[in-house]
Design a protein around this ligand. Sequence first.
Ligand SMILES: [Zn+2]
Length: 330
Amino acid sequence: MRFDDFIGNRRIVERLRAKLRENRFPHGLIFSGPDGVGKYTLAIMVAKALNCRMAQPGEFCDACPSCRKIESGTHPDVMTVSIEEDATQIKIAQVRRILGILDLQPLEGRNKVFIFDPADAINPDASNALLKGLEEPPENSFFILITVNVHELLLTVRSRCQVYNFTPLTLNEIRQHGVTDELMVRWSQGSIGRVRALDMARLKSGREVVLDFFETAVTATEEQFQDLLAVSAEIGRAKQEFESRMTILAILLGDVLYLKEGMPEKIINLDVQDRLSNLSSRASLERLVRMSEFLRTIESSLKSNVNRQMLAEVLAITANETVSDWLEQS
Ligand SMILES: [Zn+2]
């Protein structure tokens, strides 16, 4: 794979190549953006370009011993620093190891490249230690910090790096990755990494539960209130499942809103469009908006130990006009 084969975020690729060609490559870079859009892949490409002797500046051959070693993670001058097993953060000892070799000449290559992934996991002490490396990096040392959100990094670290903000891939870019199943393309949410991890059978069965919940919530009458609570209990069962179901619900809700606004081409769940259309004609816009507002509340309260069944019940009631009117009156 070469720079030309990198799919998505082309402006970033070309900016980096221009800097490589002009031989004014920044010593500190931050690649910020959603998971699964190729930030690490591009960092590895940059490391290859900084070391390959077989290609023009701004390019790499991907075939020489240097490129192959970088690809397999065995090049002594290109290191990826990540969270060690049984740890939750990147520790100061890991950063000190890098600082210890910073002033040494590269062992094999032209340049040393240190990739921190995920850089937001570098603990504060380690970040402060890293600053020393970023402040006066030797001519042949480069740091690439990879993060989902640049604002998770210390301001002092950020200010010493050039920040590249990656965006999600377009549907077409996901297709260019060879994804042919249209439902998978749309569920990618712009992340090829997410597509590769998608278990469609599991996703569909989870979605079925959520759709049932959504439909029951929107259509239940006063008499069916007990049914509604039963479905809510099913939704609120396990913590991890609850979270993934709320994510699915948010996506379904988005689709219903698109249908309501007359933009069917934007929906993700093409295969259940009929059911979603039905929901969009049954639920008022006000209800749907209230539901999505409540979903946001759920998202923020998930970090604390909340009663999930209760949240699901309130959500269901929020979606249901009859029951909520009846509750308000009683
Ligand atoms: Zn090469």
